[in-house]
Unconditional design. Structure first.
Length: 217
């Protein structure tokens, strides 16, 4: 629980400091559901923050504030790598059958990691799936990625998202493109829900107060 809460607080800081990189989504239904549980209330935005930080760690590695550097999460040939680095290595070792098998094993682990990390969010917004798809389409247009594969991922029957994702992401390069686009959408969604943000701030204050009181040890 402590790790999950700490991650959520870090996500909130990241999102709060990077709103200038986001677009404001204009969907009227989103404005109506902003702050309404279980659609886009503080808990949902908390989960969005967790997803963004999780995906960024997968793509760029974990950040060490002391050294100001990031370290990849995935070991290949005895060294830790980010997904971005693995995408380059995937091309470098194209003709190395053993290395390709090792890379595919890592990719399967990454895809499972992503699927597991999104289950709570997907379950929370499952009744709003048509709206989420509409919001994704708007975000993709604003970010100049109108045919992004996450649209196909979202435009599936409930329960079929995992199969769609597995089909679309078969290389590290595809994983980079998919995850980068998804982060853009999640940032746009966060920025477009001010009432939900207020609720998340209240949740943040409550969690910080408990942390100061030593209740998270």
């Amino acid at each position: 629980m402590k790790k999950k809460i700490t991650l959520g607080l870090l996500c909130f800081v990241f999102l709060s400091n990077n709103v200038t990189m986001s677009y404001q989504l204009s969907n009227t239904l989103l404005r109506a559901l902003d702050g309404v549980p279980p659609a886009f209330d503080g808990i949902t935005l908390f989960q969005i923050g967790q997803m963004i930080e999780k995906i960024r760690s997968m793509l760029y590695g974990t950040f060490d504030p002391k050294t100001k550097t990031r370290t990849g999460l995935y070991i290949f040939h005895g060294k830790k790598h980010t997904i971005h680095e693995l995408a380059k290595l995937e091309k470098e070792f194209t003709k190395d059958t053993q290395s390709q098998r090792e890379l595919q094993t890592i990719l399967r682990e990454i895809k499972k990691e992503f699927i597991d990390s999104t289950k709570e969010f997907m379950s929370r917004v499952k009744d709003y799936k048509p709206l989420v798809l509409n919001l994704m389409q708007e975000s993709c247009k604003l970010n100049n990625i109108p045919n992004h594969p996450m649209l196909n991922w979202a435009n599936t029957q409930t329960g079929q998202e995992e199969a769609s994702f597995q089909k679309q992401v078969t290389t590290f390069s595809e994983a980079v493109f998919f995850f980068d686009g998804l982060c853009l959408f999640l940032r746009d969604l966060f920025q477009s829900t001010p009432r939900g943000q207020q609720q998340m701030r209240a949740l943040r204050a409550e969690l910080e107060a408990k942390a100061r009181g030593g209740l998270l040890h």
